[in-house]
Design a protein around this ligand. Structure first.
Ligand SMILES: Nc1ncnc2c1ncn2[C@@H]1O[C@H](COP(=O)(O)OP(=O)(O)OP(=O)(O)O)[C@@H](O)[C@H]1O
Ligand SMILES: [Mg+2]
Length: 281
């Protein structure tokens, strides 16, 4: 009787065919996996490029909005200062004219005129303050250093907490764009200290080095957390970062419970300084 078992030779041939089949399947699978990975990488790269583009567009939009806001502030400040200020000054002059016409027998009228004149004087001061906050005249008239010094003084006046200002800027001047940005950053940082830090000492400094201009605002308060720094709700900090990035600078905020908060802004000197001779502080 003939055996049903395949011959050894046949078995070998079947083994080889099976191996070839497995190899072909593996190669096919590997090709498919490699192909899929390639497609994924291309898509990832495309997504990264799109993200970068939209990030840049958002950044440009923010810079443009900040600049529009600043220009509108200038216009509103001028209108308030010139129009309203002038009208109030006329009113003040009119009241003092009336005061001169009122006789001693018209005591109630005299009292009324006097109280109205006092009210108008307060209004004039308020208008000047609002106009000044919208467009700090001191920035144009005296420059960034004096404007920051005045902010530090105002901070101490309003809060009762000492705020020291240090600088080595000497006669160095910043471009108008940079001055406004640095001034607004300092204002936002000081407002944060007043609102959130619960500090007893603040030091603000503006230092020019060989490569960078550095603004630092340090407080010894409760310290900001990492979450607060990077939160999407922290619009004040986001605004500060955008102003810094528009000047191709960098922002660093560090906080700790024991040492308080330090905000450091570094801006390449070449981008913002109009003339420079540092002096020791
Ligand atoms: N100097 C600081 N010390 C402690 N916490 C701070 C300090 N500065 C900021 N923070 C925390 O970080 C958060 C975010 O600050 P950010 O300036 O972005 O927003 P805000 O001050 O709350 O509101 P606004 O948009 O009016 O500025 C604050 O709410 C506060 O909790
Ligand atoms: Mg704030």
């Amino acid at each position: 009787m003939r055996s049903r078992k395949p011959s050894v030779h046949k078995q070998q041939i079947n083994g080889v065919a099976a191996e070839e089949l497995v190899h072909a399947l593996r190669t096919h699978q590997v090709d498919a996996i490699v192909g899929e990975r390639h497609i994924m990488l291309v898509r990832l790269k495309q997504a990264e490029e799109e993200l970068e583009l939209s990030r840049n567009q958002l950044r440009a939009l923010t810079a443009s909005l900040l600049s529009i806001r600043e220009n509108e502030r200038i216009v509103i400040a001028r209108e308030i200062h010139d129009e309203l200020g002038q009208a109030l000054t006329c009113l003040q002059l009119g009241l003092s004219w009336m005061a001169g016409k009122v006789t001693a027998q018209q005591q109630p009228v005299q009292d009324k005129v006097r109280s109205l004149a006092a009210l108008v004087t307060t209004m004039i001061r308020t208008v000047q303050r609002i106009a000044d906050e919208l467009r700090p005249g001191v920035l144009d008239e005296l420059g960034l250093v004096k404007a920051l010094k005045s902010e530090a003084r105002k901070f101490t006046g309003y809060t009762g907490t000492p705020c020291k200002f240090e600088t080595n800027m000497g006669k160095a001047r910043c471009s108008r764009e940079a001055s406004i940005a640095i001034f607004r950053i300092a204002q936002a940082a000081l407002t944060n200290v007043a609102r959130h830090a619960n500090a007893s000492k603040i030091v603000m400094s503006l230092m020019v080095g060989t490569t960078h201009l550095v603004l630092t605002v340090h407080d010894n308060g409760k310290g900001i957390t990492r979450e607060q720094i990077s939160s999407a709700q922290s619009l004040g900090i986001i605004g500060i970062r955008e102003r810094v990035l528009a000047l191709k600078g960098s922002l660093n905020i560090r906080g700790s419970k024991s040492t308080g908060t330090t905000l450091t802004v570094r801006i390449p000197r070449s981008r913002i300084l109009l003339g420079h001779r540092p002096v020791s502080s």
